[in-house]
Design a protein around this ligand. Sequence first.
Ligand code: SF4
Length: 264
Amino acid sequence: MLTLERELLDDLEVGELAVEYDPRDPEEVLEWAIRRFGVERFGIITSFQADGCALIDMAHQIHRKVRVITIDTGRMPQEQYDIIDDFRARYGIEVEVFSPDTEAVETMTRRHGVNLFRQSVEKRMLCCHVRKVLPLNRALRDLDCWATGLRRDQWATRANIRKIELDHDHGGIVKINPLADWTEEEVWDYLREYHVPIHPLYAQGFNSLGCLPCTRPVAEGEPSRNGRWWWESNAPKECGMHCSIETGGFEHEVAAILGNGHRN
Ligand code: SF4
């Protein structure tokens, strides 16, 4: 099979681009990425939260064939599958759904049980690693640039994200966060203005969407990430998809579950 050589940028170039594009609108950042890398080597990775949905709409207006990629962890609520279908129907796009490695999931659940995420922070991160991070790594293998709906005001770990970054956790490809300086209100204004499909769980009080057993509604005014892994204290409200989390507690388990070859 022909493997395309990746187009990698260096830190200096990306640093300059980050400064140049920081005051620009999300559409300009998306346009730059699609033009620079081509629609085949660029993808939006989304869980269909409001931010990601706005990005899809913007990108689709720039290029009808924009790639939309999502991770099906195997623990998603039915509404997650419904919103995927809504986007397929509305935009006429293929949504690329990546799933975890069956063997890795089976080994993990045989060792620790199907609800291992309740046992400790390390086991929750192990589950996120097997079900989310590894499929993401696979999805990113044939991309030179990916887009996320991350915003700086979502959580402390996201406060310093730039609109254009180098993603050293994924081979030095480019990661863009076009909505970095948007507020939640701006995202919702956009969705209403362009009649973008909205994930049905928002109407039930959810404000951050994810796996069924690890996500719950939050009270009005409460930070949205509070609805994730609410039983944990002093643990990052991150799953490792957007920043590497090293605790020393689960990495050896990942290696054991995946074998010496460490498939990812
Ligand atoms: Fe596992 Fe929960 Fe992470 Fe989903 S969010 S991958 S169920 S720990």
